[in-house]
Design a protein around this ligand. Structure first.
Ligand code: SF4
Ligand code: SF4
Length: 96
């Protein structure tokens, strides 16, 4: 599961998808608990981007603190692996 898939809708509405970045457009958005909020017109009822493959550059480049710290942790974990293990793993991957 990607970090964004595990993200709560409240966070998405606050941080990354409160409006369409190219136009600033917002629409009414129905929350899972029945409440209402405002969101980018492309955020679907499941909290996913309905134009994900064609989303604007601003959306592609956006990185919240949670995502930055997850990426940093992944990088640190990667660097902590012994070089021989990394090479063995990479050979397995390239052979697949
Ligand atoms: S970018 Fe951050 S706030 Fe947006 S969905 Fe991903 S984890 Fe959540
Ligand atoms: S286009 Fe997609 S990723 Fe960008 S703000 Fe809207 S719903 Fe979020």
């Amino acid at each position: 599961m990607s970090i964004c898939e595990g993200c709560e809708i409240d966070e998405k509405l606050l941080l990354c998808c409160p409006r369409f970045p190219l136009t600033g457009e917002q629409v009414d958005y129905k929350l899972p608990d029945g409440g209402k909020s405002r969101a980018c017109l492309y955020l679907d009822a499941d909290g996913r981007c309905s134009i994900y493959e064609k989303r604007p550059m601003g959306c592609r480049m956006f990185e919240c603190d949670r995502m930055s710290s997850a990426k940093r942790d992944m990088r640190l974990n990667e660097e902590s692996l012994p070089l021989c293990l990394r090479m063995m793993r990479d050979e397995t991957w390239s052979g697949g």
